[in-house]
Write a protein that binds this ligand. Structure first.
Ligand code: NAP
Length: 551
């Protein structure tokens, strides 16, 4: 039997492969997006096969099992909205649920809708080749499976390709060592141990505040401090549960109207048009409220006006100073190279107070960079830190990384990685020219990358499902965006990004990851907001999929 390499014009090899599974659609990933896409396409009457690299459903919530992992979105704004029965059956225990509960929820969904039988677990897609003659995609997995389908739908997640620090000697460390996104399934005991954490992004902040509770000693290696804000989590009492269950339509409507599909809508006023007292009053209120209000419910210009941003940053600086006893440590914890909200804001529970504990040490690795990791610990420019356990909270090859890790070849054998080497080019963040019938849920330049993600996942999945219904009803076999529609969307993405301070700040939104020196620094998300994005997607569909060629 010919291998995929043969179909793509590569060397013909004889390989021992299983027979090809032929279905209507292949979905890569069984996280929140993949599960819902599976559900919808099955409802449409299509045959589907899902390939999932993990041993279970859940994606992000399957892999990120580190202590302290939990939602930063209100639980009831995060769950699926498509099934009233599911909404009424599931009770979230906390306003911001911890990871084990979310994973239980996604398993519950998979069982309730009998989704597992369509999923191959422990099966990582390594190649996906478009066969021009057949007009279909063929995929190969690491465990030797092959499948062919007219449609290939990626649900690979924007933050699913972890990156380890590029530090000499990393592998020589002889203690326990984990990346937060590849955390063991068994509990990890920190008691009495000398623990080190590298990284202070949203993950680092969650893991640090948790580990500090039991570690014998904790050393935090911080390169860039982030502006963190209180989560204010609490249990959901039974009466509140009943209220939530009665008000799901309003909850989801509120999300639909807000820029990031959160329960927090921006204050339409400018921070500059109100008095100093009014400004501070709003900020104090938002700082005391649960969730992302301080980021998403703030004055409308804090992420576009440097002047407004400087004011809110000064307010946040005051909070750090008030919470951290040692002024020198407070200063180190205060970001200097970016304003509040221009990177993803980590939400925290007692994070700053951790640095008041005797068993916690903050090491500023901007001041004294890490030189190497040794069998016994970490060496910086001016000291050696002996450790029993080292945690890498060092982030991801964001948004494009999971695509790059699959050999995806479209028309004429061109790889997606080559095509996106200078930055992604897509139409709506859902398709890329030269890759017919490949649909990228939560792909680059898609609003779902800057969103309360399940809300935008539902929009992406429903749009794709309607597209496939339309194609079936009109007997179209193939869809691909035009170059001009793709150019226009890509230009629009960058123009919108340029209006915000986010595009001027190094972060995973802008493709900056110092462990990936070859990664192009370019805006990877879509900052125009979920209502505008949804409207554009709907308009395009209503015009018979304008900007796409249907054959
Ligand atoms: P991240 O924001 O990219 O943070 C990675 C951290 O590691 C940064 O502090 C980075 O420092 C540091 N780092 C990387 N390599 C290093 C090195 N060689 N030496 C020293 N420091 C190094 O990744 P993340 O914290 O995993 O978060 C990624 C995203 O996941 C978040 O922004 C969020 O969207 C999502 N997330 C969500 C939740 C939630 O919803 N509750 C929780 C966690 C994460 P520099 O900044 O200096 O590069």
């Amino acid at each position: 039997m010919r291998s995929l390499a043969a179909a793509s014009g590569g060397t013909i090899q004889e390989v021992h492969v299983q027979s090809i599974d032929r279905v209507d659609a292949i979905v890569i990933g069984a996280g929140m997006a993949g599960l819902y896409q599976l559900y919808r396409l099955r409802e449409l009457g299509l045959s589907i096969r899902v390939f999932e690299s993990g041993g279970g459903v859940g994606g992000t919530w399957y892999w990120n099992r580190y202590p302290g992992a939990r939602f930063d979105s209100e639980s009831y704004s995060y769950g699926y909205s498509f099934s009233e029965e599911l909404l009424q059956e599931w009770n979230w225990s906390e306003h911001f649920a911890p990871q084990p509960e979310t994973l239980r929820y996604l398993n519950f969904v998979a069982d309730k809708f009998d989704l597992r039988r369509h999923i191959h677990f422990d099966s990582r897609v390594t190649r996906a080749i478009f066969d021009e003659d057949r007009g279909s995609w063929e995929i190969e997995t690491g465990d030797g499976r092959r499948a062919r389908a007219r449609f290939l739908i990626t649900a690979v997640g924007p933050l699913s390709a972890p990156t380890l620090p590029r530090i000499e000697g990393r592998e020589s460390f002889k203690g326990e060592s984990y990346h937060t996104a590849r955390w063991p399934h068994e509990p990890v005991d920190f008691s009495g141990k000398r623990v080190g954490v590298i990284g202070t992004g949203a993950t680092g902040v969650q893991v640090i505040q948790e580990v500090a509770k039991t570690a014998g000693h904790l050393t935090v290696f911080q390169r860039t401090p982030n502006w963190c804000a209180p989560l204010h989590n609490s249990p959901i009492e039974p009466e509140r549960q009943a209220e939530i269950q009665a008000s799901y339509p309003e909850i989801f409507e509120k999300c639909r109207e807000s820029h990031g599909a959160f329960l927090h809508a921006a204050d339409p006023r400018s921070a500059l048009e109100v008095s100093a007292e009014e400004r501070v009053a709003l900020w104090e209120r938002l700082y005391a409220e649960p969730g992302f209000g301080i980021w998403m419910g703030n004055f409308s210009d804090i992420l576009v006006s440097e002047e407004a941003n400087a004011l809110v940053s000064e307010f946040m600086r005051g909070k750090i100073r008030a919470r951290v006893r040692d002024p020198e440590i407070a200063e180190k914890l205060t970001p200097k190279n970016h304003g509040f909200g221009t990177r993803r804001v980590p939400l925290e529970t007692g994070y700053y107070e951790v640095y008041n504990q005797d068993n916690v040490l903050l090491v500023d690795v901007l001041e004294a960079p890490i030189q190497r990791i040794t069998p016994d610990g970490v060496e910086t420019g001016d000291a050696t830190y002996e450790l029993d356990l080292l945690i890498h909270a060092t982030g991801f090859d964001a948004i494009t990384g999971a695509f790059d890790r699959i050999d995806i070849r479209g028309r004429a054998g061109r790889t997606l990685k080559e095509k996106w080497a200078d930055g992604p080019r897509t139409h709506l963040g859902l398709q890329s020219a030269g890759f017919p019938n490949l649909l990228t849920l939560v792909g680059p330049h898609n609003a779902a990358t800057f969103c309360n993600i399940p809300r935008c996942i539902e929009q992406n999945v429903e749009w794709v499902t309607e597209l496939l219904r339309y194609m079936r009803d009109h007997q179209y076999q193939r869809i691909e965006p035009t170059e001009s529609a793709e150019n226009e969307w890509t230009k629009h993405v960058y123009e919108i990004a340029a209006l915000t301070l986010l595009s001027r700040t190094d972060s995973w939104f802008t493709g900056v990851n110092q462990n990936l020196p070859d990664k192009k620094h370019t805006f990877l998300a879509y900052a125009g907001g979920s209502p505008a994005y949804r409207a554009r997607c709907n308009e395009i569909a209503a015009k018979g999929y304008e900007g796409f060629v249907l054959q």
